[in-house]
Write a protein of this length. Structure first.
Length: 308
């Protein structure tokens, strides 16, 4: 019987020496879902992805990835997964077509010429197939990397910060391609630092220093934080932020453009804290917290697993 979950794991753990970098993570990703995996640098996201696709052995945990045992059948998982790393990892002195042919050969893809041609057409690389990879802009390198991930027709794509350093239009085009592929049944687990990208995902998980802090839809994650947030605008906001951060009831005071977002989990205490700013020349209003407010709150509430 086919599992409805492309990823269904429990207790996934990885240690390096005395430090636990992935601490008993449970995760379920439905087939055809675009799942966002968020967290600060060093939170264990990349380590977890490498464990899923068999590139790194877990120290503990169990479950399945594409119905294969995540511990004992890692070789079978590798053949069904496409993994896009943070850094561009192709031969810059080879053309787009030559790079794709090389990847197809590694996966023993039948009829490589047709597979390469289909990949080039599918990702809009036609007309550039002879261009050297080293001459491509960030957006076109990203397309090449995605084409390479897809050439062996995987069921699951693990994308590790795929849009880092890419311009806004290329990012938007990339996400449109992701949702088109997901509509065809492909499953995605994507790490990102961009909140607008997180909002494009069907569901999210937030990892901090190896621990899974929250998961669900964007609305569920925001509601679960139980964070009250006020917007404060006016003069000398940096000075106001310093004072507010030292005031009971305030968990964070962060600049957002020309205003501060002042947040806390104690709604009454937060209202008392902003009372001095309910006068000219300041403007104060309660707002709905966003994902960024929630994630900053979660990050500041968690402990660095490499701290003394």
């Amino acid at each position: 019987m086919i599992n409805n979950f492309a990823i269904d794991v429990r207790g996934m753990t990885k240690r390096f020496g005395e430090h636990t970098v992935v601490n008993g993570i449970n995760l379920q990703v439905r087939r055809g879902e675009v799942y966002g995996f968020l967290g600060p640098n060093g939170s264990g996201k990349t380590t977890f992805i490498r464990m899923l696709c068999g590139l790194l052995a877990a120290d503990a945990g169990e479950g399945t990835c594409l119905d294969f045992d995540v511990i004992r059948e890692s070789e079978a998982i590798k053949r069904q997964v496409g993994y896009m790393t943070q850094r561009f990892s192709f031969y810059e002195d080879l053309s787009i077509a030559e790079n794709l042919d090389f990847v197809a050969r590694m996966y023993a893809v039948g009829d490589r010429r047709e597979a390469v041609r289909d990949s080039i057409e599918r990702l809009g690389l036609a007309g550039r197939q002879k261009q050297l990879a080293g001459e491509l802009s960030g957006g076109w390198k990203q397309r090449l990397a995605l084409a390479a991930c897809l050439i062996h027709k995987p069921q699951l794509l693990l994308l590790d910060e795929p849009t880092a350093g890419v311009d806004p239009k290329a990012r938007r085009d990339f996400w449109e391609q992701i949702h088109e592929l997901a509509a065809q049944g492909l499953t995605f687990l994507i790490t990102t630092h961009y909140m607008d990208e997180a909002e494009r995902c069907d569901r999210l998980a937030y990892l901090s220093y190896g621990n899974l802090l929250t998961s669900g839809t964007a609305a569920e994650v925001i509601a679960g934080a139980q964070l009250a947030t006020w917007s404060v605008s006016g003069p000398d906001l940096q000075g106001a932020a310093r004072l507010l951060r030292e005031t009971p009831g305030v968990r964070q005071a962060v600049a957002f453009g020309t205003s501060l977002h002042v947040s806390g989990t104690d709604a009454a205490g937060l209202e008392r804290a902003i009372t001095p700013y309910r006068r000219e020349p300041y403007t104060v209003q309660q707002i709905h917290p966003g994902l960024e407010d929630v994630f900053i709150h979660l990050m500041e509430s968690s402990k660095d697993n490499f701290a003394p």
